[in-house]
Write a protein that binds this ligand. Structure first.
Ligand code: GTP
Ligand code: MG
Length: 426
């Protein structure tokens, strides 16, 4: 196979051949790397063919006589790199995230994971556990021996305690990393006709929702994925909140409230020229003032108050309005205030998703949380173990959980799920 590849390389380098009348090989560039310094660790030849399916099939036909040659499968190069120990599982996940990154923040986070930061951290933790386990096993084997260093078990205990604190801190990250990977839920709400749909269309730069002067235009929840100031978000437009309307709009209001519960960030929109109306007052009292606190699910929500239609205000501003929380002025009509809004959204979303440029590596997948939690649980068994053999076994279980994040440790099923996301080749 290796010689087959080099023959292929030579042939591709030579250019057109009789089997390839359309001179497709002129469109082929060759990249050859010797193992173990290649991406996969093996001798590699990559052919980069410029052209559509017809050109590619012409090239494949021309090279078809090379024994063992076939097109790479989706994720094959990465799978081979994994098999040769060039990448561990968290790095493979980072590569998959990089391929799918749609925003700058996702790209930076994926690069950090691909650089192996999370894997290295777990490696360090696993090493701590190996030392603690060595202490416990030494005590089991030589506990009676006078030569055994004093306080071995206390040393193991203090290592475990320090590790528990570190794991707990990571697990209390409010799932920022997972939000950064899959997008923060940003829900636009407000009384009818405040300009919610206008704002959603402005932020998503496409006509997602119908805009009309008639209050109660939006009924269903309309969601669209957007890049908001460099962060991934799932932006939801919702029905204007009001009581006492027909059954269809009431269902819309019910859905809007349900969606609000799931929001990571609520963007509350009011008509700046209509702050004294009952619907604005009611919205301020029931959503804005109690908001920015807890959703019923117990997670912390953030709230941003936007006073839209600033173009309708007199030059001196919205006028006296008691208990108006911090807010931004915006005009969806003229675009005035949009830059300030995007800047504030960036700060808010960095708080919701975590800033990928700073701080410790984020946990971007449920799998990461599962193993860190499993490790933490095993450490609590260590502390509660009635005898030393059980304590040592608990440490081994804890270490196995970390190995799933630090090294190979991945099962075929996990790999299959990840590789399904890969494009052909890489
Ligand atoms: N003058 C002015 N009009 C605006 C602005 N933003 C929206 N409008 C108008 O306000 C009306 C309502 O806008 P929508 O975006 O449909 O409001 P909404 O909050 O989605 O309304 P519902 O879906 O009915 O709850 C439309 O006629 C818009 O053109 C603005 O900044 N200035
Ligand atoms: Mg609307």
């Amino acid at each position: 196979m290796r010689w087959g590849l080099w023959t292929l390389a030579a042939r591709a380098a030579r250019g057109p051949c009789s089997n390839c009348p359309d001179r497709a090989l002129h469109l082929t560039h060759l990249l050859a790397t010797r193992g173990p310094h290649s991406f996969t660790g093996e001798d590699c030849v990559e052919l980069h063919v410029h052209g559509g399916p017809a050109v590619v099939s012409g090239v494949l036909q021309a090279l078809g006589s090379v024994p063992g040659l076939r097109p790479a499968e989706a994720g094959e190069f990465t799978r081979r790199a994994f098999a040769h120990g060039k990448l561990n599982l968290t790095e493979v996940e980072g590569l998959a995230d990089l391929i799918h990154a749609e925003t700058e923040a996702q790209r930076r986070q994926a690069l950090r994971q691909l650089d192996g930061e999370l894997g290295q951290l777990c490696c360090d933790w696993a090493e701590t556990l190996t030392k603690a386990l060595a202490h416990v096993e030494a005590y089991i084997d030589f506990g009676e021996d006078d030569n055994l260093e004093e306080g071995v078990l206390e040393q193991a205990d203090s290592k475990v305690r320090a590790l528990e604190v570190a794991l707990d801190t990571h697990l209390r990250d409010a799932r920022r990393g997972q939000r950064l990977r899959s997008g923060a839920h940003v829900v636009v709400t407000g009384p009818p006709n405040a300009g919610k749909s206008s704002l959603v269309n402005l932020l998503s730069r496409k006509p997602v929702s119908i805009v009309s002067p008639e209050p109660g235009t939006t009924r269903d929840v309309l969601e669209t994925p957007v890049d908001l100031a460099g962060f991934p978000a799932l932006l939801s437009d919702t029905a204007g909140l009001r009581d006492g309307v027909g059954p269809v709009e009431q269902e819309g209001v019910r859905r809007a409230r349900e969606r609000l519960e799931q929001a990571d960030l609520i963007v509350a929109v009011l008509d700046a020229s209509d702050l004294a109306s009952p619907s604005s007052r009611n919205f301020l009292d029931t959503v804005v003032v109690p908001g920015g606190g807890q959703s019923s699910g117990g997670s912390t929500q953030r709230l941003l108050l936007v006073l839209n239609k600033s173009d309708l205000l007199p030059p001196q501003g919205p006028g006296p309005c008691p208990a108006l929380p911090p807010h931004l002025l915006l005009s969806c009509l003229t675009g005035e205030g949009l830059d300030g809004l995007l800047e504030t959204l960036k700060t808010e979303l960095a708080a919701v998703c975590g800033d990928p440029s700073t701080g410790p590596p984020l946990l971007t997948r449920a799998r990461h949380r599962h193993h860190l939690q499993g490790c933490l649980d095993a450490l609590s068994h260590y502390k509660g173990a009635e005898d030393l053999a059980l304590a040592a076994e608990a440490l081994r279980v804890a270490r196995r959980h970390l190995a799933h994040l630090a090294g190979g440790g991945g099962t075929e099923e996990i790999l299959d799920v990840i590789f399904r996301d890969f494009c052909v080749g890489k």
